[in-house]
Write a protein that binds this ligand. Structure first.
Ligand code: PLP
Length: 384
């Protein structure tokens, strides 16, 4: 098969399964409203859970940073791209989360790739939840270590995998709040099982950080655990983008030597680091507390209102409220119908989620108002 034939075939297969992914250019907005083409929609597809992407203090910090440093970092942090703005943010993150060190990355995807690749050797084993984010599973399967996956949140199976004989070290990988299901990992039990097996634990809290726990410190703080490696990302609750690895002094020193995604990549713009410090300031403040309370009230309103829906509402208390539809075509139709009623939702289909579990991944944010939730519910009850 030629290059062209192979590419054509794979695209045809995706299309035939109603699994083709496409993008829609957004004209305006990432908060409550979204304008696509001429039409304005209420946005139920954003991970900007606290509405911070539009926060005046965060926007101003980015502008001030750009005036002070220009728009780019000018290089890898190992050369000249690491500024006092980056350093200040790392120190704030470490202090906030109670770790000796934080290292910034340009994305959660690259932080996960870098950490798993740099830490593991070929005699090691990565034991990961089956529903872990693609960036984690892909990093583990590309790593020299062997990858073993356990059924979602199944600590018993996880223990069985950890008990198998091994020459090297073991790394347990899971998430705080799962991105496509919205449920939480039993972090207390997982941390205990990892400790008993002398494994290290790595938790990716992309959807919990800023949004849950006291001062928004995230899922691990909420569950009273401190994994050896904590990944936090800034594209969700922080409303910006980027990520950090929280770890010990020696792991940070080690990653600075061996994390290729850090060494061979341009550091985030210093202005972005300043915007992130401002976002962190809001998250830790009373205003952050209020935003989390607003979000919690909207989640409760939605779940109460959605109880009679004919579709399966996932068992989630988080801002991620998936409606499991099952069939790809049906999920696409439902998403389209909701859009016709002014609600922007996305149908998430395999391979992003397991086969036969196509869903509408509804996300609620502190930028929504009660009437938005009611409008969404009305649209959902409007029949299929
Ligand atoms: C979104 C997400 C990532 C990727 O983070 P980016 O900063 O968007 O690259 C990683 N892990 C999880 C669990 C995520 O949900």
């Amino acid at each position: 098969m030629s290059w062209q034939q192979r590419i054509d075939l794979r695209l045809r297969e995706r299309r035939a399964a109603d699994a083709l992914r496409s993008r829609q250019p957004v004209v305006q907005g990432a908060g409550r409203w979204l304008t696509v083409g001429e039409r304005r929609f209420c946005n139920f597809s954003s991970n900007d859970y606290l509405g911070l992407s539009q926060h005046p203090a965060v926007v101003r910090a980015w502008q001030q940073g750009a005036e002070c440093y220009g728009v780019g970092s000018g290089g890898s942090g190992h050369v000249s791209g690491y500024t006092v703005a980056h350093q200040a943010l790392e120190n704030e993150l470490a202090e906030w989360l109670g770790y000796p060190r934080a290292l910034l990355f340009i994305s959660g995807f690259s932080a996960n790739q870098a950490a798993i690749a740099a830490l593991t050797d070929k005699e090691d084993r990565v034991v990961a939840d089956k529903l872990s984010h693609a960036s984690l599973l892909e990093a583990a399967s590309n790593s020299p270590a062997q990858l073993r996956r356990f059924a979602h949140n199944d600590v018993v199976q996880m223990r069985t995998l950890l008990a198998k004989p091994i020459d090297g070290q073991q790394l347990v990988v899971t998430e705080g709040i799962f991105s496509m299901d919205g449920d939480s990992a039993p972090l207390g039990d997982i941390a205990q099982a990892a400790r008993e097996a002398k494994a290290w634990l790595m938790v990716d809290d992309a959807h919990g950080i800023g949004v849950v726990g006291e001062q928004g410190r995230g899922s691990c703080h909420l569950h009273g655990i401190k994994p050896e490696i904590l990944i936090v990302t800034f594209g969700k609750g922080f409303g910006v983008s980027g990520a950090a690895v929280l770890c010990s002094e020696t792991v940070a020193d080690y990653l600075l030597q061996f994390a290729r995604h850090l060494i061979y990549s341009t550091a985030m713009p210093p202005a972005q680091a300043m915007a992130l410090s401002a976002a962190l300031g809001v998250i830790r403040s009373n205003e952050g507390e209020q935003r989390r309370a607003t979000l919690a009230a909207l989640i409760a309103r939605f779940r109460h209102g959605a109880a009679q829906l004919p579709m399966t509402l996932a068992d989630s208390e988080s801002a991620i409220q998936p409606l499991i539809v099952g069939d790809n075509t049906r999920a696409l139709h439902l998403a389209e119908r909701l859009r016709q009623q002014g609600c922007w939702v996305t149908a998430i289909r395999p391979p992003t989620v397991p086969p036969g579990t196509a869903r509408l991944r509804l996300t609620l944010t502190a930028a929504h108002q009660a009437e938005d939730i009611d409008r969404l519910l009305e649209a959902l009850y409007g029949g299929e």
